[in-house]
Design a binder for this molecule. Structure first.
Ligand code: FES
Ligand code: FES
Length: 183
């Protein structure tokens, strides 16, 4: 059957079986930035935004996305113009195999849109259902705290645009969490 949705900002029609999950359908249509790790809604690799909510696309029927606004991690930035969260992951060497990173970046972006100044504990809690066996989470957590600091300083909203009422440059920045955890 045909499903109409907005996919990374473009009105799109995709073919999907009634039993197919959204992650599979997105990947079949070339969106391989959506990863599949467990196929069971437990690893976080397949996280996408659906109508601005984080969803595990493997655990959602593709038909449920009819008429929705679906955004994958690729909607956040481009290779030449990365979203601050993506850039912070690069700059903090927060990637090893990289398989879990798209889901982490989706979750981290959602966290920072609700909470621009999270504690280390809040970042860890936000990422706790994003399973990563390579990094021990230290680098990703540092990356998210770094991104939060950059976005506050630069007045960047979580969607990459300008935030409303953003603090001016020179606002407090967050350092590395390798030493003192603030919680
Ligand atoms: S593949 Fe979707 S949560 Fe693991
Ligand atoms: S970087 Fe490999 S699973 Fe997270």
């Amino acid at each position: 059957m045909e499903i109409q949705l907005t996919l990374n900002g473009e009105r799109t029609t995709v073919e999907a079986g009634t039993e197919q999950d959204l992650a599979t359908v997105l990947r079949q249509h070339g969106h391989i930035d959506v990863k599949c790790g467990c196929d069971g809604g437990t690893c976080g690799a397949s996280k996408v935004f659906v109508d601005d909510e984080v969803r595990m696309a493997c655990g959602m029927a593709a038909t449920e996305a009819e008429g929705s606004d679906v955004r994958t991690v690729a909607s956040l930035g481009t290779q030449d113009d990365l979203h601050p969260v993506q850039q912070a992951f690069v700059d903090n060497f927060a990637v090893q195999c990289g398989f879990c990173i798209p889901g982490m970046i989706v979750e981290a972006t959602a966290l920072l849109s609700e909470n621009p100044d999270p504690t280390e504990r809040e970042v860890r809690e936000a990422l706790e259902d994003n399973v990563c066996r390579c990094t021990g989470y230290q680098k990703p957590v540092e990356a998210v705290l770094d991104a939060a600091g950059r976005m506050r300083e630069e007045g960047v909203a979580a969607d990459g645009g300008r935030s409303v009422g953003a603090p001016s440059r020179g606002a407090r920045s967050v350092g590395c969490c390798g030493g003192d955890c603030d919680e």
